[in-house]
Ligand binder design. Structure first.
Ligand SMILES: O=C(O)CCC(=O)C(=O)O
Length: 433
């Protein structure tokens, strides 16, 4: 009897790119149309030798967990890259039918899905380094919440400790509990242990401000783990998964915190970059082939787009981000601006149904993807951080500050995504008392 695979197409594509169970890297070409659309690598350099994806053997289909070692120069920062792999031929770039747009600053963008524009290499090398440092050293500082806060009593700057005293031992928060509190929490955890309940994920645009605020009132924070041991600053920096910028997002309820507690300033450097790219994008061209009823009111974005929230995702080489839709913002069509730094990644961009095969894109360091309009309802995810693809400007260089050396040490095995959104439409009065 034939075995029928009942996974939706998006899930099958995720499994394909995630797969580490065999010695071969996942194939990037010749993929069946039932699994995904042809892969796009829009930021690849013209010269093969400058292409870190090709250099790392991604077009060879021959996996080498030890990828190319530089012959003449010791690359302390390329642990994912050692012996020369069989590299294979780079395929021709298939851009047939791909709509190009030109930003006001002359940069070229590609409309990769409805309302979604990828601008390859939007950030130059200096901007990439500055955002790398900001993402690690600044965006992780209080009051910005981050994934480790619930569980560890962190020093004021974890990155500073990683940089200067990596062996510093950091204790888990549960050790601060007295006996009574510990017992109460462990009993509550045992009661809550049953099957996980599905969290209501209705879009905020449908729930409305008042309902979200009502839900905020019931939120008691995430549960601290009662089992963790102490870890070094070095180890914890590698366990960091996210930091929250601006308006606070409550992961367990999938809503923003609309109370005063959730009102945190959004970083100015990030706001500037996001506002510039949104105002420079020719939205009339982006939406020229879209049915009128699906075209958002983009004409004011150049003036009134103002990101007020964001997430920094920190990926180690085996980390993935499963298919999801971001729909907790009150206006579901305003742009979400997403910046890639460090190793390249496979990004899957689908439709509003997980049954449709997604489009795989290679996102390289410096690329910026903007999602808007109905494209904001598209499932997307990151099934693979691509081994061996660190851009050379993240390798050690003479003259690097101690902080930059630490940032490069961290990114040697990692990728960062910084994304920004606008929760409140312009003119919306926030009553966050
Ligand atoms: O890492 C990425 O490029 C995407 C991140 C993302 O989809 C998200 O944070 O919602």
């Amino acid at each position: 009897m034939a075995i029928v695979d009942t996974h939706p197409a998006f899930r099958l594509a995720e499994k394909h790119f995630k797969n580490r169970s065999t010695a071969a890297l996942p194939a990037l070409r010749g993929l069946p149309a039932s699994l995904c659309l042809p892969l796009l690598d829009l930021a690849r350099p013209a010269e093969e030798d400058e292409d870190s994806v090709w250099r790392a053997g991604w077009w060879s289909n021959v996996y080498s967990s030890e990828v190319p070692k530089a012959k003449s120069r010791k690359r302390r920062n390329s642990p994912l890259v050692t012996d020369e792999p069989a590299r294979g031929d780079r395929p021709e770039l298939e851009l047939d039918g791909m709509q190009r747009v030109f930003l006001a600053d002359g940069k070229e963008g590609f409309v990769v899905a409805e309302g979604c524009v990828l601008v390859p290499g939007y950030l130059d090398i200096e901007q990439q380094k500055a955002f790398l440092l900001a993402a690690l050293a600044e965006y992780t500082l209080p009051p910005n919440p981050k994934s480790l806060d619930t569980h560890y009593s962190l020093p004021p700057s974890l990155f500073d400790a990683y940089s200067t005293t990596p062996e510093l031992l950091i204790a888990p928060k549960h050790l601060e509990l007295d006996e009574t509190e510990r017992n109460a929490r462990s009993q509550a955890a045992a009661v809550n242990k049953g099957p996980r309940t599905l969290v209501e994920t209705a879009p905020a645009s449908k729930l409305g401000y008042d309902e979200v605020k009502r839900r905020n009132a019931t939120w008691t924070g995430d549960d601290m783990s009662l089992k963790l041991g102490s870890k070094t600053a070095e180890a914890l920096m590698k366990e960091l998964r996210w930091a929250n910028l601006g308006r606070v997002y409550q992961w367990s309820t999938k809503t923003y915190d609309f109370t005063a507690r959730g009102n945190i300033a959004f970083p100015q450097d990030l706001e500037d970059v996001c506002r510039t790219i949104v105002s420079d994008t020719p939205w009339g061209d982006v939406y020229k082939n879209v049915p009128e009823e699906a075209v958002p009111k983009y004409s004011t974005w150049a003036d009134d787009y103002k990101p007020d929230t964001g997430i920094v995702n920190y990926y180690q080489k085996n980390d993935t981000l499963m298919a999801h839709v971001d729909r907790s913002e009150l206006d579901p069509a305003r742009p979400l601006v997403s910046i890639s730094l460090g190793h390249s990644a496979i990004f899957l961009l689908g439709t509003d149904s997980r049954e449709d095969p997604p489009r795989p894109l290679i996102l390289r360091s410096g690329d910026v993807l903007i999602m808007s309009g109905r494209g904001r309802q598209a499932y997307h995810g990151v099934p693979r951080i691509m081994e061996g693809t660190l851009a050379p400007h993240f390798l050690d260089a003479d003259g690097d500050s101690a902080e930059m050396r630490a940032a490069k040490r961290w990114v040697a095995n990692a990728r960062i995504n910084i994304n920004a959104r606008q929760v409140f439409p312009p003119g919306f009065t926030v009553n966050d008392a």
